[in-house]
Design a protein around this ligand. Structure first.
Ligand code: PEP
Length: 259
């Protein structure tokens, strides 16, 4: 029997938070995570100014942390950019790259996202590479072409050894922040397609973690995470409420144990 892939639950706080509310949220998540991380991995990707706070509060706690974007550069005259190496200095181990909000509002191309993933890896961070189709693309029947091309851009830049260290988050754009999650069948279908695409590059890439993101809630998490190719979730809105986030983490643990 092949070894089971570990499930991940990663929070994306987006541009939310203030020092006092962060402290309460992090404390509660770290307290609840203790009973879950024997089976799953938990992380939070926070706004960059809070890295020092998160490092102070989560050091020696069972929750990883990271940023929501990194620069394609290591340093230089790039005002406002944050280098992966800077985040790593604050103990970050995760970096979202290619979130659909970055692709849409900052015109990030798949090649740029791939370069960011490589920079993250160079600094020892695990890039969580976000891909997904818009509603118009789904309705036009081009979901696989779109997410396949987004994945290919990353796979063509990275070596197999590097690609083995990434995490992919499939996030249909129409499901993000809308309350409208993909059905388990829709999500599983795309995840199976992505896994097959990874295997086409190299058989060992079958083990790359594939997360689902888009309106994951305590009510739908276990059904999604119970699918054969769904290795956990990237959680936006629900990651800001400790009870909901921990319930989603508990669903990931339950789905792992049910396998
Ligand atoms: C996200 O921002 O990555 C996300 C999945 O958001 P939400 O869970 O709020 O849909």
């Amino acid at each position: 029997m092949s070894e089971q892939r570990v499930k991940w639950v990663v929070g994306n706080w987006k541009m939310h938070g203030r020092l006092a509310e962060n402290a309460a949220l992090l404390q509660a998540v770290a307290d609840g995570a203790g009973a879950l991380v024997d089976v799953i991995r938990i992380g939070v990707c926070v706004p960059t100014p809070y890295l020092a706070q998160v490092q102070a509060l989560l050091a020696d706690r069972p929750v990883a942390w990271g940023v929501q974007d990194v620069s394609t550069y290591t340093h230089g005259a790039y005002t406002g950019e944050v280098a992966a190496g800077m985040a790593a200095e604050f103990g970050a181990t995760l970096a979202l790259v290619g979130h659909s909000e970055r692709r849409a509002y900052h015109a990030e191309s798949s090649d740029l996202v791939a370069a960011k993933a490589r920079r993250a890896l160079e600094s020892g961070l695990t890039p969580v590479v976000c891909i997904g189709e818009t509603l118009a693309e789904r309705e036009a029947g081009t979901t696989e072409a779109v997410v396949g091309a987004q994945l290919d851009a990353v796979l063509s830049l990275l070596s197999v050894e590097e690609a083995a260290r990434i995490v992919i988050a499939y996030e249909p754009v129409w499901a993000i922040g809308t309350g409208r999650s993909a059905t388990v069948e829709q999500a599983q279908e795309v995840h199976a397609f992505l896994r097959a695409r990874l295997v086409q590059k190299e058989a060992s890439l079958a083990r790359v973690a594939l997360l689902y993101g888009g309106s994951v809630k305590p009510e739908n998490a276990q059904a999604l995470f119970g699918q054969a190719d769904i290795d956990g979730g990237l959680i936006g809105g629900a990651s800001l409420k400790s009870q909901d986030f921990l319930a989603i983490c508990a669903a990931a643990k339950a789905a792992s144990l049910a396998r």
